[in-house]
Each structure stands twice: as structure tokens, then as C-alpha cells.
Design a protein around this ligand. Sequence first.
Ligand code: GAP
Length: 592
Amino acid sequence: MSEQTRSETAEQTSEKLVELAKRRGYFFQSSGAYGGVGGFYSFGPQGAALKGNVEDAWRDRFAVQEGNMEIDAPTIMPEPVFEASGHLDGFDDMLVECPDCGESHRADHVVEDNTDYEDAESLPIPEVEEVIAEHELVCPSCGAGLAGQAVEAFNLMFETNIGPGDSDPGYLRPETAQGIFVEFPRLKEYARNQLPFGVTQIGRAYRNEISPRRSIIRTREFTQAELEYFVDPEEDEPDLESVEDVEVTLYPASEQNSEDGGELEITIGEAVDEGIIANEWVAYYLGVAKPWYGAVGVDMDRFRFRQHLSGERAHYAADCWDAESEIDGNWIELAGFAYRSDYDLSKHDEYSDDRFTIFKQYDEPKTVERATVDPDMSYLGPEFGGAAGDVVDELETLAERDRSAFEGDVVEIELEDESETHEIPVEKTGFSVDEETIAGEHIVPHVVEPSFGVDRLVYTVLHHAYREDEVDGEERTYLELEPEVAPTFVGVFPLQNDDDLEAVADDIVDDLRDAGLSVTYDDSGNIGRRYRRQDEVGTPFCVTVDYETIENEETTVTVRERDTTDQKRLPVEDLAETLAAIREGNLEFEDL
Ligand code: GAP
């Protein structure tokens, strides 16, 4: 993640937002009664509703509308899964410990925060140690010098034991993706063994971050929404036409590496034509994601896609672009769009007992040449004794891989664990090349992966929605949340504690809930204060039941819109229908 200098005003916005989030039930550090624990947050009633709405919107766009399947796999998986996936060896961050106060820090963050380096994560450890020494960098907690301190690779996975004892180690998944990959042999059956197909999962992921920071932006337990899309790299193509006109801000690696490089305003179609986005599948998902982010409330003037620099890519990624949003003058990573090639499925195919391939049927059967051996065991037995079986294996492999080895009078083979070369007369190998008709072949699908962080998106949506203005001479704070994701869509208030007003308000609440709207009822405090409360949590509309409602022949109520504070008198009879139409985006309040 590249970081720019923070502006003081923006920093205040974040501080105010975090305070509002706690006070109004969006999110707060968890286990506060026990002093709190770094990197773990609870979402309160408003936050859980907002997060749920964001997840529903993601599910609708990336699972339902794309025709993908959704699964829900366990969060703890056994060690062999992560041996195969490479997380056991390669999922590390750089840790430096302060010699004085003992606090641990991410060495690359210490470098980025105090030097001109923007991407210290991609530097090798010895170079990071050198930069720390050269710049005389100090501990962010106590100010002691860090020069000379060893920088270590720290594995981010949380380890646990499955069952009693420690013979069966397991890990909390560091990405939901592995839960999809390991189930591939079964999932391909549900997809009727046909590529391409996609599998989504929304769930928790866990990383023992060295220095969790900035509230829910970097935590140790967070929610990911991931899509693994399995393709035949030789045959399948994305529907680029449907996204070619989507305008995007791109920050390619070449621009980041160039001294006067900058962001490009371009369409997806142009970016593919000009080779800026090399992978068409990645381009397709950037084109799908951009309008979706806008629809859930990310400010498109503070949004871009940035390509990973080569040293920054995860161990599995062939190419990767991040969706980034601007918060407090810094760019934060919201999602990664990686081309994982056949990395994961090949690894699981190699390490497990199952097949992670798909049988690809040819349009027409093909005739192919196949080299085989049929060794003369009456020769190999006496010659090699107990190793004769290994010799047969070796000859079979050689015939498949290099038939030219059988062109002379003898074949040379080396047995495993032996440095000696053995010569075998070709006539004793029974080597032949035969023609065979085959209907298809087993291929390892490639994977393109849009991987979204939900918590960071929730933070961005709140931050980009945060507004302050003045209403009737009073300062007001409100969240300009999109109706689709706002935790509550409408607040209903009886003007006063009066049985008649309350009865009508109760009926209205029932009607609105029946129409599928999320409603809150509030009868405490003066009406201005109730409006402010709903403004602060981002409720788009408030309905007030007053004496006019019960006295006039036509039952009407006041409906107030959050952003403009405009009020209109609307009949109760079709209130639910009207507000539901606004929620669906089929009607504008100003047109009423
Ligand atoms: N399966 C690919 C994968 O996990 P990633 O870039 O490591 O890729 C995807 O993670 C997204 O998850 C990130 O873009 C970010 O939004 C979110 N994420 C990662 N680490 C996080 C953390 N410690 N706290 C909150 N969100 C995090």
C-alpha cells in the first residue's frame, strides 16, 4: 500500500468518525471490559446492519448476477492445506523488535512511514535492515534506535490444535479462498465438470498482524468476500464488451516506477487494447467492480485501481491490481484482483490424494502418438534385483518425456538416491510408439480472483459519507449513506407521547416493515433531537406523526429527507409503497 502524507483536517474526520462509530453503535474495540485487545473489533447494531447490507449487495452482484455458486466452509483447516497452499512457508510479514521497550513493529511500515520508500514490503529483509540503519530509524512507541536490530520473517497465521494434544495442528484460515480451493474436487461436480464456473464465499479470515492499526482497516479478524473463477486459459474469455466503456482511474506499475508517472483516466476497453491491463479476466472484474463500489457509496473521486509492483505480489499471483480508496490522504487497499493461474489447484493436486483437474472433452476425438515401454523382466530382474521395479518406473517416465533417449542401442537411466548411471539395451525395454485415439485430456483450471475486504469497505463507505453542515443555526453531523446500505431506511416518530399519535405510528411501522423496509421507532426527546440522531446514523428518511395526521380527513404524515432536510406531507395510505420505490431506486423524493 502506498501512503501519502495525511492532512490534519482529514485526520480529524477519521477521529470524529471513530468516535461516532463507537457512540452510535457502528464499531468499537472488542472485549473492552478486559482492557480491549488490539486488532479485534465488534460491529454494533448499526455496523452489523451496514456490513450485512454491503455483503448482500456483493452477493447479489458477484454471485447471483454473475451466476456463481456460494459456499460456506470452515474457518479452521488442517496443516497440510497450508503446506500445499504455500502459506506455511510464504505468508510472512517483516518484524522488528525494539531493544528497549520490546514492542514489535512491522519493519516495512517503519521504513515507509519515515523515509521516501513507498513499497518497502517488496524489499528483501537485509535491505530493510540496511535502510533502518542508514536512516537511523527509531521505535515508533518509545523512540529507541532500531539500527542493528534483526528483521525477522513472521508468519501471520494463527495456529491451533485440532482435538486434544498437539499431534494435529490446524490454522485459522488467512483467506477464505483456501476453503474454496480444497473443495474443488466436489465443487466441479456441482458445476457438471464444465468450465468456466465461479464459487464465492463471504466469511471471516484471520491474520496475526504484527501491528494492527487504524481501527477496522487493519485487524486480526476480518471479513472477506471472495470469488474464485475457474477458467480454461486456452478457451474461455470474459464478456469484455459489457464493461469496455467503464471509465477507471488506473495506476499501473510502469507509472509507479517512472519518476513523472501518474494515474491514467481511461476506459477498460482502452486499457486492454493498449496492454495496460494485460489479463482480460482481471480487466473484466475491474469493470464490474468499479460501478459496484460507486453504488454502495465509495466516492469515485477517491477511488482507483493500482497494479502491484513485481516484488509486492503474493506468492500465488501472476498479476494483481488493487482497488484503493483515499482515506485521510492515504490510499488503502479495498480489494485485490489477482490472476492466480493454476498455482493453487496444482499444489493441492500434488499434495493431496484427490484430483484437482477437469476432464476437457475435445470437440472431435484426436489421434495421438504415445510412447510406451514393456521391459523384459527376465533381463531386469537378475540385473537389478529389488530395484527392478524402480527401473521400470524410470523407463516409463523417460519414454513419456524424452523418446529420443531410446534412439540409440542403449538407454541411460539414473535411479533416485543413486549417482550412478545405468545402461540398458533398448531391445530389453520393449519401447514402442503407438497411435491412440483420445476423447479429451485432464487440465488444471486457472483461477482469477476478485478478493474484497468487507471491513475496510465499511470504513470507507462511512468515511466518504461523513458530512457536517448547519441546520437552523445548529451544527449537524450526518452520514450520506446510500439507501441500499444504510442500516435503517426510515425512522418513525410520534410527535408527542400521545396514545392516538402512537397508535398511528405503530401501524405505520408495521406497514413499512411488511414492505421489507428497515424501520426504527423513536419517541424520546424533542423532534429536532430525534432527527439529529437518525442523521448521525445515516437514516435516509424520517416520518413524523403529528396532530394533523389524526385530525384531517386524509391521513398524512411529514416525511423528511436526510441530506436536504426537505419535508413533504404524504398520504399514509401509499407511504410504504412510495418509500419502497425510493429504496429500489425507482422514484426520487424530490419528484414527489
Ligand atoms: N485471497 C486473496 C487475499 O486474501 P489479500 O489482498 O491478502 O488477498 C484481500 O486480502 C482483502 O482483504 C484486502 O484487499 C483487504 O481489503 C482485506 N484485508 C486483508 N488483510 C486485512 C486485515 N488485516 N484487516 C482488514 N482487512 C484485511
